[in-house]
Structure formats: C-alpha cells, structure tokens
Write a protein that binds this ligand. Structure first.
Ligand code: ADP
Ligand code: ADP
Length: 228
C-alpha cells in the first residue's frame, strides 16, 4: 500500500494564489523520490499537504498505511526536514532531538535510548550535550535529521535540506541520507533544484510544472545504480 496518495489535489490560498491544480502523486514504501521543478511550482505546498501541515482546497489526500488521528491526519509516520534546521538555541542537541517525543508526552528517561540511537545514526553520538551555537551548519542539519528520525517515521520529507550548505558538506550529507535510506528502508521525498543531486540520490524523479502546479513528468531510475 502507498504511504501517501494525492488525487487531483487543488490548493488555492486565501490570497487567491493557485499553488496546485490536478496534482497526482503516490509514494510507495522504500521509494526515494526527488521532486524537481521551478520556484513557485508548488513543491513546498505539496510537501506540506503530504505532511498534514496544510489542507487541500479540493481533491483527496490519503495516507493508506498510516494510523489516522482524530483530526484526520497521520500519526507519527511522517517527518519533515526543512532547509533551515530551526533548532531551539536554549536546548542542547539532546533536548532538540527529544522535542517530537516530548510533544507526544514520552518521558525523557524512556525517550533517551531512541534519542541516542537517532544521534548515533547521524554521527553525533558525542555531541548530545552541545548547544546549537557550538555546531557547524552541517552538524546542525544532522541534528535536525536526527530530530526527524527519532519518531521512526516511514516517510521522510526533505525540502531543499542542504541548499544552504557548502558543496563538500552537502555531498557528505547526501551520502548519509543515502545510507539511511538503504539501511532503514525509509521512504524519502526530497525537494531539490539540483538535477545532479536527484540523479545521485533517488529511485524516482518527479518533475513539477508551474501554473498550474502539478506533476509534469514522473520516471523511475535504475535503482541498482541509485542504490550503489
Ligand atoms: P490559507 O489560509 O491562505 O489557505 P495557510 O493557512 O496555509 O494559507 O497559510 C497562510 C499564511 O502564509 C499567512 O500567514 C500568510 O501571511 C503567509 N503567506 C502569504 N503569502 C505567502 C507566500 N507567497 N509564500 C509564503 N507564505 C505566504
Ligand atoms: P515551490 O516550493 O515550488 O517554490 P511553493 O509551494 O512554495 O512553490 O509555492 C507555490 C505558489 O504558492 C507560489 O506562487 C507561492 O507564492 C504561493 N504560496 C506558497 N505558500 C503560500 C501561502 N501560505 N499563502 C499564499 N501563497 C502561497
């Protein structure tokens, strides 16, 4: 069963801007989907809708594999990584990664093993007591990835996550995300402007087009190449 399905989705903001019309997209477990397209074509809007962070004006959004909560949204199966790491400066790395579990009412003691596992996954096991200001841009991004992973999502949404980082850091993080995808079998939707990045990372490339925002092309890659 797909993790998420968008059927003929339209999104018109109250400003009158039509961000999406006739948007169709379905993502299966284990896929690594790159989402490409010009600025303003609705990539972020689509991602927010998939995350349950924004409603649709018409059409359908479904999460066939998820437990759905009382607000009709998927419970804990989808995590978001933004371009800005948005860490809380007054909290340690540990505290920042704890946040999603804290919001779910998980006591810190019970959460600690999961937090440490998520930090180890991104290579930051030794930094749990550090504060965000002590970390480089790449490390902050790793914390933000750990925070997304701590809830063990089935689908990871990344909106131009590494665009603000230098090339070398970016390449390292791409390799980390790739390793994570292979090892955990997590599905990823990765918004990028880089055709190189999309070819390097993904098992499928989806290209969107502006006015109206919708899927314009959708093609699989040879996953044996994408995965090695
Ligand atoms: P709506 O209520 O229009 O459906 P949302 O609730 O998703 O939309 O978000 C509306 C918010 O986004 C407002 O606070 C508005 O100030 C802000 N916003 C307005 N125009 C833009 C834009 N072009 N890009 C990003 N945010 C915008
Ligand atoms: P992309 O991520 O592909 O650059 P977006 O999804 O951010 O595109 O934006 C699609 C269109 O919707 C743009 O015209 C943008 O200005 C508009 N938009 C995005 N968010 C809002 C919002 N909250 N309120 C009003 N307009 C918005």
């Amino acid at each position: 069963r797909p993790l998420v399905t968008m059927k003929n989705v339209t999104k018109t903001f109250s400003s009158g801007t039509v961000a999406l019309t006739g948007m169709n997209l379905s993502v299966e477990p284990g896929e690594f989907v790159s989402l490409l397209g010009p600025s303003g074509c609705g990539k972020s809007t689509a991602l927010r809708i998939i995350a349950g962070l924004g409603g649709v004006t018409s059409g359908e959004i479904d999460w066939p594999s998820s437990k759905i909560n009382s607000r009709g949204l998927p419970e804990g199966d989808i995590s978001f990584v933004f371009q800005e790491p948005t860490l809380m400066p007054w909290q340690t790395v540990f505290g920042n990664v704890y946040l999603p579990l804290r919001l779910r009412g998980v006591p810190e003691k019970a959460a600690a093993p999961q937090i440490r596992e998520a930090l180890a996954t991104v290579g930051l096991a030794d930094f749990e007591k550090a504060y965000p200001r002590e970390l480089s841009g790449g490390m902050k991004m790793r914390v933000s990835i750990a925070r997304a992973l701590v809830t063990k999502p089935k689908l990871l949404l990344m909106d131009e996550p590494f665009a603000a980082l230098d090339e070398i850091t970016r390449q390292k993080l791409n390799d980390d995300v790739l390793a994570l995808w292979k090892e955990r079998g997590i599905a990823v939707i990765f918004v990028t402007h880089s055709v190189f990045e999309s070819a390097y990372l993904s098992s499928r490339i989806v290209v969107m087009k502006a006015r109206p925002g919708r899927v314009h092309a959708d093609f699989p890659l040879h996953t044996e190449i994408a995965r090695t």
